[in-house]
Design a protein around this ligand. Structure first.
Ligand code: 13P
Length: 341
């Protein structure tokens, strides 16, 4: 095994420990400002630092969390006592990663669709992030279901750029998290979500193959297949699990080690219940089925913290509990009764 293949394999092994998932704490400044506003916290470099310091120093977090995705600012920040925030993760044996895309821009001539930017200079940036201790990266492509969307062109453009990103990461010895998110915004049915997600994943894995990406050394971060947020026809966790697994089995090669779902705006308990159904209902799959939630891991912890360091311990207990429940769900051992324990 070459040195870079070996380091990719080691990072994958560190991230895919059974019973553990990935904490997505890589909200851009705009997104974290929105989340803070909901709990009446002003977003400054210092409050963002305090919040993420609270998350990363949660005692026992590494029992359930294998790694965390950071925003670039966080990678450079130090705790109140001068310890780099990334070292707080490493001290517990969690693997630090970094969001490397620069967000979406409109896709020219395709109204309502976007493409994700950030490939320019990516190899150099990855080198710097790696020097600071990051071992994996994340790139999010966004697909919108609406009247006439997604177009095949938007799917192809996003798939190609995701694959280019993944190839650049692997060449730099960083494990890529490949995140094609089909949004749950809209009134589309479960069947439409299934059709679009299947098309998108098919295009993504074709593009990954074409760009010579090693599937063994990446993690897929997809949406679960579910009805749009405003679709009157709701789906049970079993229906979500069935539709999601059908789609994944048709499109994701067995060489992929782990599928870590995003939560996409699902409530915390809903995301956990769906993950449980994915692991319990249908039997054995070729890949691990775990989580890389943002909101569905942090929402209650953020509400408990509210910008006050006096609430740190309570907020950490909340985060640890949510992580524990998702860990259980990732092993098919979660039940609703555990919410009240
Ligand atoms: P959510 O789980 O809140 O969707 O966030 C995951 C993520 O990393 C989005 O890019």
């Amino acid at each position: 095994m070459s040195t870079s293949t070996q380091e990719l394999a080691e990072t994958v092994a560190g991230l895919t420990v059974p019973g553990k998932g990935i904490l997505a704490a890589d909200e851009s400044d705009g997104t974290i400002t929105k989340r803070f506003k909901e709990v009446e916290v002003v977003s400054t470099a210092e409050t963002r630092r305090d919040y993420r310091e609270m998350l990363f120093s949660t005692p026992g977090l590494s029992d359930f969390i294998s790694g965390a995705i950071l925003f670039e600012e966080t990678l450079k920040q130090k705790s109140a006592t001068g310890v780099p925030l990334l070292e707080l993760l490493k001290a517990q044996g969690m693997v630090p990663g970094i969001k490397v895309d620069n967000g979406t821009v409109p896709l020219a001539r395709f109204s309502g669709e976007t493409v994700t930017q950030g490939v320019d200079g990516l190899a150099q940036r990855l080198g710097e992030y790696k020097q600071r201790g990051a071992r994996f990266a994340k790139w999010r492509a966004v697909i919108y279901i609406g009247a006439g969307t997604p177009t095949p062109q938007a799917i192809a453009a996003n798939a190609h750029i995701l694959a280019c990103y993944a190839a650049i990461c692997q060449e730099q010895g960083m494990v890529p998290i490949v995140e094609p998110e089909v949004l749950m915004d809209g009134d589309h049915t479960l069947a439409v979500s299934a059709r679009v997600t299947e098309e998108v994943l098919h295009a993504v894995f074709h593009a990954l193959h074409q760009q010579r990406v090693a599937l063994e050394h990446l993690i897929l971060k997809p949406n679960m297949v579910e009805p749009g947020r405003t679709c009157p026809e709701r789906a049970t966790p079993q229906q979500v699990a069935q539709a999601t697994l059908t789609c994944l089995r048709r499109t994701v090669p067995a060489a992929v080690p782990s599928i870590n779902f995003l939560s996409g705006g699902q409530g915390e308990a809903t995301a956990t219940t769906n993950l449980q159904a994915l692991n319990a209902t249908i039997g054995k799959q070729p890949w691990a089925l775990s989580f890389s939630f943002g909101r569905a891991l942090q929402a209650s912890a953020l509400r408990a913290w509210r910008g006050d360091t006096a609430n740190t311990s309570v907020a950490q207990q909340v985060l640890r509990k949510r992580s524990r429940l998702n860990s259980a769900a990732g092993q098919g051992k979660y039940s609703a009764a555990m919410e009240d324990e």
